[in-house]
Design a protein around this ligand. Structure first.
Ligand code: SAM
Length: 256
């Protein structure tokens, strides 16, 4: 926690807004997507979905994957509590929606579905896209599926398996990848390695929780330094990387 607070203070000192950003691509992304303050009608649906999950007090048996939970001691957990602690928060859920609308991907991969709060946001932002979302915990995945069905979501292909198993078998290429699970250095770098063959010039990968721990930040810094990564954007909670060969390598620290 102390690491996160100190990192955030440093981030506030070093981060900027669109001013001084010379890359037209990044400038547009910041002004038209990050800072788009208009009220999208779809936000209402996002709220309804989130609210239903937050009001579901049934318990499920959770199998812990990745870095484990800092919040829960037992594996018997209320859906409402998982929605509050593991799910993407309102502001980021809306930003994810806008990013997908702005970048218009047709193939999306999400590692870490949990209850599907982020999957839902991407699914309504790109109704024609196929979203493959991977979740290791069977009961969590089933709950996500149940709620996505309640909202007639048909473009999310939920895979109940371990990330590594999925990545080893999967041969697809993706336009948009959201990595939100297994927040540790070794796993994150291994995931990046696996994803390298699944991206193209216009793909984006978003890594959640890059300041979750010192090790996660180390993983993020190593990813930023990779030669195939040209544009990288640190927004504190998320690290975004692009592979656009037409762009000189540049790192941005942006307040969202
Ligand atoms: C932070 S939650 C995802 C939240 C979700 N993206 C949202 O915003 O609603 C991370 C999820 O990833 C899953 N997970 C973590 N490591 C995994 C692994 N190695 N294989 C499969 N699932 C994993 C966990 O079970 C957990 O449900």
């Amino acid at each position: 926690m102390i690491y996160q607070i100190v990192s955030y203070l440093k981030f506030l000192r070093r981060s900027t807004n669109q001013h001084g950003v010379h890359s037209p691509f990044v400038y547009e992304l910041i002004t038209e997507c990050f800072y788009d303050k208009s009220h999208h009608p779809e936000y209402k649906l996002l709220k309804q979905h989130r609210k239903l999950l937050r009001n579901d007090h049934e318990s499920i048996e959770v199998t812990d994957f990745g870095a484990g939970s800092r919040v829960f001691r037992s594996n018997q957990r209320k859906i409402s509590a998982i929605a509050k602690t593991a799910g993407v928060r309102k502001k980021r859920q809306q930003l994810l929606f806008r990013l997908v609308q702005f970048l218009k991907p047709t193939s999306i991969l999400e590692l870490g579905t949990s209850l599907g709060i982020s999957s839902f946001s991407m699914s309504i932002a790109a109704k024609d896209a196929i979203i493959t979302s991977v979740e290791g915990c069977a009961q969590t995945a089933n709950t996500a599926k149940k709620y996505l069905e309640k909202f007639q979501v048909e473009n999310v292909d939920l895979q109940n398996t371990e990330f590594n198993t999925f990545l080893a078998d999967d041969k697809s290429e993706y336009d948009f990848i959201y990595v939100d699970g297994n927040h540790n250095k070794v796993a994150t770098l291994a995931i990046f390695e696996r994803l390298s063959s699944k991206v193209h010039n216009n793909s984006i990968i978003i890594f959640d929780d890059i300041y979750w721990s010192r090790e996660m930040t180390e993983a993020w810094n190593e990813i930023v330094a990779r030669p195939e990564v040209t544009v990288s954007i640190d927004t504190f909670q998320w690290g975004l990387v692009f592979f656009r060969k037409e762009q000189v390598k540049e790192h941005f620290i942006i307040r969202v």
